[in-house]
Design a protein. Structure first.
Length: 183
């Protein structure tokens, strides 16, 4: 967890000592400066940083620093150091964190997948596909009896067994599927 001593804002990353890390804060400070071209005052945004002793590989969504009103102090992308590798071609928001997890997210949700995670039948990241006949019957039931009955029908057909993610590529596929489903 972040101790009171290390949860300080700094204006420059050069103030860091060994074992300390800087993460940009969401709220930017504004400073009035004179525009040399027009001679008028303008607002210049100044990025401040949160100093922490939590290493990037130990960061999770559970230990993200928050204000007293429970809003995050930093963006989760900056906290987890999410980066989309250049070889990943997708329009969805996915990235690999410093802790080794692949995360998929949208404006509504975020979830991380890594090798060894167990995917269960009703989880959003599963890759079970239904046939065309099942989809047609599902649509008919949904139209006539409602979505709850249609879901019961679909779940009764699934012979899906939980499985473990075995490779990093498979974890990426699950992150992409999650981001697509919550978009």
């Amino acid at each position: 967890m972040i101790s009171l001593l290390t949860e300080r804002t700094i204006s420059d990353k050069s103030e860091l000592k060994k074992g300390e890390y800087a993460v940009p804060i969401i709220k930017k400070n504004v400073k009035k400066v004179i525009n040399p071209a027009t001679g008028r005052l303008k607002n210049k945004k100044i990025t401040k940083y949160l100093k922490t002793n939590i290493a990037p590989e130990d960061r999770t969504l559970n230990n993200i620093p928050r204000y007293s009103n429970n809003k995050p102090k930093v963006r989760f992308q900056d906290w987890l150091q999410l980066k989309k590798p250049p070889d990943v071609k997708t329009k969805y928001a996915v990235g690999k964190a410093a802790n080794g997890k692949w995360y998929g997210w949208s404006h509504r949700a975020i979830y991380g997948f890594t090798v060894g995670d167990v995917i269960k039948p009703n989880s959003i990241g599963n890759k079970y596909k239904y046939g065309e006949q099942v989809e047609k019957k599902y649509d008919q039931i949904k139209k006539n009896k409602g979505s709850e009955e249609a879901e019961k029908y679909r779940k009764s057909l699934a012979k899906f067994k939980p499985y473990k993610i075995k490779t990093d590529k498979e974890a990426l596929e699950h992150a992409i599927r999650f981001a697509r489903d919550v978009s």
